[in-house]
Design a protein. Structure first.
Length: 343
C-alpha cells in the first residue's frame, strides 16, 4: 500500500519543522533562556493527575491578565504559540501573508491547512517593505497577516509606523507576534489593542525560562477570542503546566532579572562579535544574534565539533548563522571558539 498516495498534496509537499535533538555541551540553538526555575516549583498537593485539567486554565489566565493589565476575556491560551498560529489559521483562513525571512511555522501551518501563502521579502534593513505588503494586501486580501517583531531570525523590530499602516490597510486579522518583546526594550503593541479590532498580539513564556511548559497566549478583542476558542482543543493546557506557570509568575522580579541578564549579555556579545574579523553581527532586540560569515556551513560544523550548537540559518538568509544568548560562561566559550575558527 502506498501511504504517500493517501496524503493530501499540500501535506505531502511539506517538510517537517527542523527541530532535532543534537547532542552538545553548550546549547545555543533554540532561543531558550539559560535560566530555569526548577527550585521554585512547588506543585500543589491537591493536583489530581487522574482528573482533566481546568479547561479554561482560569487561575493562570487571571495571573496573566493581571500581569498584562488586560481582562481575562481578552486572553486565549495555547500549547505554545505554535498552537495559536494553527488555531488562528484554522479560524480565519488565508491567504496568509508574512514577510520573509521569518519564523517558519507561519508557512508550514498555512500549507498544512491548505491556505495560500504570500511571502513578501523584507527590505535591505530587514524592515517591512510597506509598498510591497500594501500592494499585496489590496490585490490578494489576506485573511491573516503574521508580523514577528522582534523578528526571528533577523532580531530587529519592524518600524511601528509601518506595522500600523498594514493594520489600518488590512481588512483581515493582523497578528503581531511578540515572542521576543521582553528583550526589546520597546513598547508592546498592546497599547494599540483598543484602536484596531483586527489586531492580535501573540506572546509566549518559552523565551523567558519556561519553554518546557509549552505556554503561549494571544491577546485580542473578546469577539476574536470567542471565535478562535471554538477551534481550540479541549484541555489544551495540562495541569502541571498551569500550576508551574502560576508559581513562576508570582515572582515577577526574578523573571525580570533573568531577562535583564540576557539583554546585558546580548549587548556585550554584539560588541565582542563586532570586533571579530570576518564576522558581521546584526543589531538585535531579541535573545539571539544573527551574524554573517564567509563560510557559514564550515563555521557551524566547526563550532559543533567544539560542542557548541547554534542555528544554521544559511538556508534562510545567505551566509548567516544565529546564536542564542546563553549564560556568560557559555557565551564566552562561543566567542572564544568563533575567534579561533575564523582566525
Ligand atoms: N513565534 C516566534 C517568532 C518564534 O520564534 C517562536 C519560537 N521559535 C514561536 C513563535 C513559538 O514559540 P512557542 O510555540 O514555544 O510558544
Amino acid at each position: 500500500m502506498n501511504i504517500k498516495k493517501l496524503v493530501k498534496k499540500n501535506v505531502s509537499l511539506l517538510r517537517a519543522y527542523n527541530a532535532k535533538d543534537i547532542p552538545c555541551r553548550i546549547k545555543l540553538d533554540a532561543n531558550e533562556s539559560p535560566y530555569g526555575f526548577n527550585d521554585e516549583l512547588k506543585l500543589p498537593d491537591g493536583l489530581d493527575i487522574n482528573r482533566y485539567p481546568d479547561p479554561e486554565a482560569g487561575i493562570l489566565k487571571k495571573s496573566l491578565a493581571k500581569n498584562l493589565g488586560v481582562k481575562q476575556e481578552n486572553i486565549l491560551l495555547g500549547n505554545g504559540s505554535d498552537e495559536l498560529i494553527s488555531y488562528l489559521t484554522t479560524t480565519f483562513g488565508g491567504p496568509v501573508l508574512y514577510p520573509v525571512p521569518t519564523f517558519s511555522m507561519y508557512g508550514i501551518i498555512s500549507q498544512a491547512l491548505g491556505e495560500k501563502k504570500i511571502e513578501i521579502p523584507l527590505d535591505d534593513n530587514f524592515d517591512l517593505d510597506t509598498k510591497a505588503v500594501l500592494s499585496a494586501v489590496r490585490k490578494e486580501k489576506p485573511g491573516l497577516i503574521f508580523l514577528s517583531s522582534p523578528n526571528n531570525p533577523t532580531g530587529n523590530c519592524f518600524s511601528t509606523d509601518r506595522i500600523l499602516k498594514i493594520i489600518k490597510a488590512s481588512k483581515g486579522i493582523v497578528v503581531v507576534d511578540e515572542a521576543y518583546q521582553p528583550f526589546a526594550g520597546e513598547k508592546s503593541f498592546l497599547r494599540f489593542l483598543g484602536d484596531y479590532r483586527n489586531l492580535v498580539i501573540m506572546r509566549t513564556l518559552s523565551k523567558i525560562g519556561l519553554a518546557a511548559l509549552r505556554l503561549g497566549f494571544m491577546i485580542a478583542d473578546p469577539e476574536i477570542i470567542g471565535e478562535v476558542n471554538k477551534v481550540r482543543l479541549p484541555f489544551n493546557i495540562n495541569s502541571l503546566s498551569q500550576a508551574a506557570a502560576v508559581e513562576v509568575l508570582k515572582n515577577k522580579k526574578r523573571l525580570n532579572t533573568s531577562v535583564r541578564r540576557i539583554v546585558s549579555e546580548r549587548n556585550r556579545m554584539l560588541k565582542q562579535m563586532e570586533g571579530i574579523k570576518g564576522i558581521r553581527p546584526f543589531q538585535s532586540k531579541a535573545n539571539f544574534i544573527l551574524f554573517r560569515v564567509a563560510n557559514p556551513d564550515g563555521v557551524y560544523r566547526a563550532l559543533l565539533k567544539n560542542g557548541i550548537l547554534i542555528r544554521n540559518t544559511h538556508y534562510m538568509i545567505k551566509g548567516c548563522l544565529r546564536v542564542t544568548i546563553g549564560k556568560p560562561d557559555e557565551n564566552g566559550a562561543f566567542l572564544e571558539a568563533l575567534r579561533r575558527i575564523t582566525s
